[in-house]
Design a protein around this ligand. Structure first.
Ligand SMILES: [Fe+2]
Ligand SMILES: [Fe+2]
Length: 190
């Protein structure tokens, strides 16, 4: 296969890489879920784990539609992202800060996957693999939704409560200044 070196070969190669990445993520997501304190965040990781299992099955259909055997090829990129996530979990952060960091780690993985599926879809489309394109698009849609969900949890309270733990004195000042005295709030900033 490598001898001919066409876009189709590169496509199969990328598929194997992504198939392996998804499999690595099925092992990493339960760890993220376990490390999360916020119940909604834990649930988001757990439900994305279920989706990921479905994505693996969909990738197997993609291989089948191309008359290729489903097999993976070690994905170094996602392995690195997972490795970074593991070091974060070893840090001694307070609960909400850890949650904010788990979201950051999760979103790195989602964006990596979005980039991979974006390329796969573009190549698949260009080569006219209609069925593969359709299936890959479903996976991409799930990655995008997972990424959005993590953003909404971060911006919907987790970042703010982590920030309040980091700068409690500013919180008071901002509260006191909400009437008129903007100067005093500014004075408390570092
Ligand atoms: Fe995925
Ligand atoms: Fe994902």
């Amino acid at each position: 296969m490598a001898e001919s070196g066409t876009l189709h070969d590169a496509f199969i190669d990328e598929l194997r890489d992504t198939y392996d990445a998804e499999k690595q993520l099925t092992k990493a997501l339960p760890k993220l879920a376990k490390a999360a304190s916020n119940p909604k965040l834990r649930q988001a990781f757990e439900s994305h784990l279920e989706e990921t299992q479905g994505q693996i099955a969909r990738l197997e259909q993609v291989f089948e539609s191309l008359d290729e055997k489903a097999r993976g090829k070690h994905c170094d990129g996602i392995a690195g992202i997972i490795e970074e996530g593991k070091s974060i979990m070893e840090e001694d952060f307070d609960e909400t800060t850890m949650d904010a960091c788990l979201i950051a780690a999760g979103q790195r993985a989602e964006h990596y996957e979005m980039a991979a599926y974006g390329t796969l879809i573009a190549w698949s489309e260009a080569m006219g693999h209609t069925e593969a394109t359709r299936l890959l698009q479903q996976n991409l849609n799930e990655e995008k939704a997972a990424d959005k969900k993590l953003s909404s949890l971060a911006e919907g309270g987790i970042n703010q409560s982590a920030a309040e733990g980091a700068h409690p004195e500013e919180e008071e000042l901002v509260g006191a200044a909400s009437g008129a005295k903007r100067g005093s709030a500014k004075a408390g900033r570092r």
